[in-house]
Design a protein around this ligand. Structure first.
Ligand code: NOJ
Ligand code: CA
Length: 697
C-alpha cells in the first residue's frame, strides 16, 4: 500500500576537489520551486539561505552551536562529503486531520569536519515544496562523549519587515493572546495580558515564541517553528530589528546552561514553513513528516472522542476543587467532585453518548494552599472522602462512560515523578483510559522552566510511561507541541496556549483569537481549547457584569471543526446543554477524527472556514468563524460526494447576534444538500456557523 522511493547520491569531496573551493551547495524541492543553499565561508562558518519562487525568504542565516568549555560547532569547518536523496512515501497517522499523509522531499546530509582538530559535525536538510527542516547531528567520535550547549547560533535573516502574529518569549507559559505588528515593531514586554500561571518569565523586549507566523508584502506566509523537540529546550526567537534577523534563543536551565547532550545526539528540526496563500499554511504537514513514526506498535486502544467535565464550575467559582471536609468551608463553595455530582454527570454523558468525563479536584492536596498559586503537595492516589472512587468507577462502567483522571501538579514535578507510577497503577485498577496533567505555577526544582530541556524530557517521559500502560495523555501548561504526537499517538492533546478558560477570568480572549490559533499554536499539534460554552454571559453566576465568553454561541459550535483536537471537551454545565438541546445536537454529532480536511478559506486574525469528513463515515462537518467583523461567505459544497444526498443542519448566528451584546442569539435550519449546492452564510461580529452533513441512505 505504501509507495516509497528513495534515491541516494553520494559526493565525496577531498581537499583537492573543486566543489570544496566553491563552498556553495544547493538543493531544490521536488517541484523545483524552493531552493536551499548551504555556504561555507572562508573561515569555515556555515550559512544557509532559502528561496521560494526565486525570491529570498531567508538570506545567509547562520548555522552552528556554541559549546561550554569545548570546541564549538561554529567556525573552522570544511566539507567532507554530501549525500543527497529523495523521500516520497505515504503514511497513516493513528488519528488526525486526514487519514493519509504524503512525505515528499529532497534530503541532503552534509558531513563537515573541523579543519585543525578533525571534529566531525553533520547537518541534515529536508526540503519540501512548502518549506524546509534542518537539524544538527553530533556524531560519536574519539575524544567526544558529552557536551553542554551554551548557545545555538541558528539565525533567520528575513528578506523584509513582515507583518507578524506573535506572543512574547516566556520560558514558562504560552498562554497569551496574539499581537499583530511588523517585525520591527515588536515590543514583547508591553501590552500583553497575563498568563494563568501566576508569574511571567519574559525573556526580553525582543524575544518571541514560535510558531512565529508572518505575512509578506506579497501576501505569502512564512512560519518558523521546530519539529521533534526531544531532549532539548524550546526555541524562542530573538529579534535584531536593524538587520531583520531572528536568532534562536534556547530556554535556559536553573544555572543558565541551555542543554546537556551526548555524542550521537541531534537537535530538533528548525522548520520554515512557506505558503503562497494563507489557507495553504493550514494544509502544511512538514512538522508531522519530520517527526519519527509511531513508537507504539499496538494502538487500537487510542480512541479520539469528546468529554464532559466537572471543570467549568470551578472556573466560574460556583464550585471548588477543594473538599470542604478538609478545608475552611466559609472561604470556598461546594466541592465539584462529590460523588452525587459526578454520578449526575455520568448519567448525562451516558444519555448523550459522550464517551469521556473529566473530574477535577478528586484528590487530596488542593486544600494545602492559600487559594492562590503557591506550592501544594498533592497525593495522586488519595481521593477526597466525598469522592467514592469505587462507586463512581463502577457506575461509569455500567453506563459506558470512561473517566479522565486529573493530575494537577502545581509545578511540583519532582514529587509527581515520585508518585506517578503509583498513580498510573490506580488508574489502571479503576480503568481510567486518559490522564489530564497540569503544571500551573513555578516548577520544583526551582529555577527550571516549563520550556527548558529538563521539562521537555519530563513531558516525553510521562508520554512514554503512560503509553506503556495504554493510557492516553492530555497535558496542560506544557511546552507548545512540535508534532511529537506522531511518535507518541497516546499524547492525544495539549493545552499549551491560551484556551477558552481565559474567558472566565480577567480580560478573556479577543474575538480574533481563535482565527489566529490554527496559523500559530496549532501548526505543532492539536489543542485542548475546551469549546462548547452556551451560557456566554457569566454575570449570571455572580461574576462581574462584563465577564463573558467573547464569541457567539454558533461560533462555540464551529470551533469543534476549526480548532483541531482528537479530544474535544463539551465544556459547559449540564444545565446549559439541557436548556439548548437542539444546539447541543451538533456537539453530540460532530466527529473528532477525520479522513479529509478541506480549508475552504482562511485568513489569520480574520476568519477560518473549514470542512472535514468524518473518519470512515460519509458525514461532513463545516466550521466557519470570524473575528469581531460581520462577514458573509457562499459555501460551495463541491467537497461532498457527487450524486449523494446529505441531511444538513445549519447552526447559525441569529439576526441580532453579536459576540458582545447578544451572543446567545442563534437559529438552526435543516435541509437536504448535495455537491452541486451553494449556500450564503452570514456570520455575526465575533460569530460563526457550524453545519453537520449526514449522508442520507
Ligand atoms: C489550568 C488548566 O488549564 C485548567 O484546565 C485546570 O482546570 C486548572 N489549571 C486547574 O488544574
Ligand atoms: Ca492553562
Amino acid at each position: 500500500m505504501y509507495k516509497s522511493v528513495i534515491f541516494f547520491c553520494f559526493i565525496f569531496v577531498s581537499s583537492e576537489n573543486s566543489l570544496l573551493a566553491t563552498r556553495f551547495f544547493n538543493l531544490f524541492s521536488p517541484d523545483l520551486t524552493m531552493q536551499f543553499n548551504i555556504q561555507l565561508t572562508a573561515d569555515g562558518i556555515v550559512k544557509y539561505s532559502l528561496y521560494a519562487d526565486k525570491m529570498p525568504l531567508v538570506k545567509e542565516g547562520r548555522m552552528g552551536i556554541k559549546l561550554l568549555n569545548q570546541l564549538s560547532f561554529d567556525k573552522g569547518f570544511e566539507l567532507v562529503s554530501i549525500d543527497t536523496s529523495s523521500i516520497d512515501l505515504f503514511w497513516e497517522p493513528v488519528w488526525g486531520e486526514e487519514k493519509r499523509i504524503r512525505n515528499h522531499c529532497k534530503r541532503m546530509l552534509v558531513h563537515l569536519q573541523h579543519m585543525s582538530t578533525g571534529r566531525k559535525w553533520m547537518i541534515e536538510v529536508r526540503l519540501y515544496n512548502d518549506g524546509v527542516g534542518f537539524r544538527y547531528i553530533f556524531p560519536v567520535q574519539d575524544g567526544f562523549s558529552h557536551f553542554i550547549i551554551e548557545d545555538e547560533l541558528t539565525s533567520f535573516p528575513l528578506s523584509d519587515d513582515h507583518s507578524c502574529f506573535w506572543i512574547p518569549g516566556d520560558s514558562d507559559s504560552n498562554e497569551y493572546s496574539y499581537s499583530k505588528t511588523k517585525l520591527k515593531e515588536i515590543y514583547a514586554l508591553q501590552g500583553n495580558p497575563g498568563n494563568d500561571i501566576g508569574f511571567k518569565s519574559l525573556i526580553s523586549d525582543t524575544t518571541v515564541q514560535t510558531p512565529l507566523t508572518m505575512r509578506t508584502k506579497s501576501d505569502a506566509y512564512v512560519s518558523i517553528h521546530e519539529a521533534a523537540l526531544v531532549n532539548y529546550p524550546a526555541m524562542m526567537l530573538g529579534i535584531h530589528r536593524k538587520s531583520l534577523t531572528l536568532k534562536t534563543e534556547l530556554v535556559a536551565d536553573a544555572i543558565g546552561n541551555k542543554a546537556y547532550l551526548n555524542a550521537g545526539d541531534q537537535t530538533p528540526w528548525r522548520v520554515i514553513l512557506f505558503a503562497r496563500k494563507a489557507s495553504d499554511l493550514l494544509r502544511n504537514r512538514i512538522i508531522l513528516n519530520l517527526n519519527e513514526p509511531s513508537a507504539l506498535n499496538e494502538t487500537s486502544w487510542i480512541k479520539p472522542g469528546k468529554y464532559l467535565g466537572i471543570w467549568w464550575e470551578m472556573h466560574l467559582k460556583t464550585k471548588d476543587w477543594v473538599c470542604q471536609t478538609n478545608f475552611d468551608s466559609l472561604k470556598h463553595k461546594s466541592h465539584g467532585a462529590s460523588t452525587d455530582h459526578v454520578l449526575a454527570y455520568i448519567d448525562f454523558a451516558s444519555a448523550h453518548k459522550i464517551p469521556y468525563l473529566l473530574v477535577e479536584g478528586w484528590n487530596e492536596g488542593w486544600e494545602n494552599g492559600d487559594g492562590g498559586w503557591s506550592e501544594r503537595k498533592f497525593i495522586f492516589t488519595k481521593p477526597y472522602p466525598d469522592f467514592d472512587l469505587n462507586r463512581i468507577s463502577k457506575y461509569a462502567a455500567e453506563k459506558n462512560v470512561r473517566l479522565i483522571m486529573h493530575h494537577e501538579t502545581y509545578g511540583t514535578v519532582t514529587d509527581y515523578e515520585r508518585q506517578m507510577h503509583d498513580a498510573f497503577d490506580l488508574m489502571q485498577q479503576y480503568n481510567y483510559p486518559i490522564v489530564k496533567t497540569g503544571y500551573v505555577g513555578r516548577l520544583v526544582p526551582r529555577g527550571e522552566h516549563h520550556d527548558g530541556q529538563w521539562m521537555v524530557n519530563h513531558y516525553a517521559h510521562v508520554a512514554k510511561k503512560t503509553a506503556d500502560r495504554k493510557i492516553m495523555l492530555n497535558v496542560h501548561e506544557a511546552v507548545r507541541p512540535t508534532g511529537l504526537h506522531r511518535t507518541y499517538p497516546n499524547w492525544i492533546s495539549s493545552e499549551a496556549g491560551r484556551g477558552n478558560e481565559f474567558n472566565a477570568w480577567g480580560q478573556g480572549n479577543p474575538p480574533e483569537h481563535e482565527t489566529i490559533l490554527p496559523f500559530t499554536r496549532l501548526l505543532g499539534g492539536p489543542m485542548d481549547y475546551t469549546p462548547g460554552i452556551f451560557q456566554l454571559k457569566l454575570n449570571v453566576y455572580g461574576l462581574p457584569e462584563k465577564q463573558q465568553v467573547n464569541t457567539t454561541l454558533a461560533k462555540q459550535l464551529a470551533l469543534y471543526v476549526t480548532l483541531y483536537s482528537p479530544l474535544q471537551m463539551a465544556a459547559d454545565l449540564i444545565e446549559n446543554y439541557e436548556k439548548h438541546p437542539i444546539a447541543f445536537q451538533f456537539i453530540k454529532d460532530v466527529a473528532t477524527d477525520w479522513d479529509t480536511t478541506v480549508v475552504i478559506d482562511a485568513m489569520p486574525g480574520d476568519f477560518v472556514y473549514m470542512a472535514r469528513k468524518q473518519k470512515a463515515k460519509n458525514n461532513w462537518f463545516v466550521g466557519m468563524i470570524t473575528d469581531e467583523q460581520a462577514r458573509d461567505h457562499t459555501i460551495i459544497f463541491d467537497f461532498l460526494e457527487p450524486g449523494k444526498k446529505y441531511e444538513a443542519k445549519i447552526y447559525m448566528d441569529g439576526t441580532t447576534a453579536h459576540w458582545q451584546s447578544n451572543p446567545m442569539d442563534y437559529k438552526i435550519e435543516s435541509r437536504s444538500l448535495n455537491s452541486k449546492d451553494k449556500l450564503k452564510i452570514k456570520l455575526a461580529p465575533g460569530g460563526g456557523c457550524a453545519i453537520s452533513l449526514m449522508q442520507m441512505d
